[in-house]
Design a protein around this ligand. Structure first.
Ligand code: ASP
Length: 319
């Protein structure tokens, strides 16, 4: 069966998830992103690839990095970008998601960038567009519930390839709130497709989804064991907004056992890099000495994120 994100020529139609996305498509996006990193160094930071295209940023859930980097990426490609402020829009007056979409289609939208707290919202929009014969409009998932955050996963892959080159030689640990993390799901999908031989998820038992081993990872419930000898440490934020019930002791106790301190990081390889998708909770999942330390690549992740989002948007809708 054809991957629903690809059109009949095998090109990207939507970017909804990294699950099942072929290796050559992932590598193609990373390769496409590389020259865009140089656009930011120019005096005129613009290319005409999306000139005349209308892109709607629909963020039904909060975001700083993702929303602004999508916006700046679209602007650097010369698109017209509209940021819908959902809290003051018709959604707040009770309009349904698909009615909002239909109205924006009537304004000749070319692309929707969608963040939603409900898993599946971007897929629903893509299916609606297809069912109503509007196949020329593209959807990019900018994070839905616990499900997926594909551009975050891709910018993470770009960052790892930049510092470590060959995925097939790496030991990588994803640490923290795996259970509620769409970022972890997208990272696992991409890292397994790219052939990482030693992929670990490291978390307290209450924050590990059941049967996660089926995704091709090894689980560790002891952080020190999980970090031993890895090349890359990918930290996650505690998703308090998605937690129901008491899964954890106090933040202070979480930090004691699960916070990434210089002393714990010393168990990884000496040249290991430390990543975090942001927003950081200093003193909870990560110590400031690590977040601001020499092994941290957290801010380069943000910069690479712009190039990766430019690559995705221009591959979907570029001339
Ligand atoms: N910014 C990421 C996301 O939207 C990670 C996080 O919020 O912790 O999922």
């Amino acid at each position: 069966m054809r991957n629903p994100q690809l059109n009949k020529h095998g090109e990207l139609q939507h970017l909804l998830t990294l699950d099942g996305l072929p290796r050559e498509v992932i590598i193609g996006i990373l390769d496409h992103a590389a020259p865009f990193t140089e656009v930011a160094e120019r005096e005129v930071k613009k290319l005409p690839l999306l000139r005349g295209k209308s892109i709607f940023n629909l963020f039904f859930e909060n975001s700083t990095r993702t929303r602004t980097t999508f916006e700046i990426a679209a602007k650097r490609l010369s698109a017209d970008v509209v940021n819908l402020n959902v809290s003051t829009s018709s959604t707040a007056k009770g309009e349904s998601l698909l009615d909002t979409i239909d109205n924006l289609c009537a304004m000749h939208a070319d692309m929707f960038v969608v963040r939603h707290s409900a898993s599946g919202a971007p897929v629903l929009i893509a299916q609606h567009l297809q069912a109503t014969g509007r196949d020329h409009i593209h959807v990019v998932n900018a994070g839905d519930g616990r499900h997926a955050h594909p551009t975050q996963g891709l910018l993470d892959m770009y960052t790892i390839r930049h510092y470590k080159r060959d995925f097939t030689q790496l030991s990588i640990a994803i640490v923290g709130d795996i259970l509620h993390s769409r970022v972890a799901r997208s990272q696992i999908a991409a890292l397994t497709t790219l052939g990482v031989p030693d992929l670990r998820v490291v978390a307290p038992k209450t924050l590990l989804p059941t049967a996660i081993e089926n995704l091709g990872v090894r689980t560790f419930t002891d952080m020190r064991e999980g970090l031993r000898g890895v090349d890359v440490v990918m930290m996650l934020r505690l998703q308090n907004e998605r937690m129901t019930g008491a899964l954890l002791p106090t933040p202070q106790e979480y930090y004691k056992v699960w916070g990434l301190t210089p002393e714990k990081l010393a168990l990884a390889k000496p040249d290991a890099i430390v990543m975090h998708p942001g927003p950081l909770n200093r003193g909870i999942e990560i110590d400031s000495a690590v977040a601001d330390g020499t092994q941290s690549v957290i801010l380069p992740q943000v910069t690479f994120g712009i190039a990766v989002r430019m690559a995705v948007m221009s591959m979907l809708a570029g001339q």
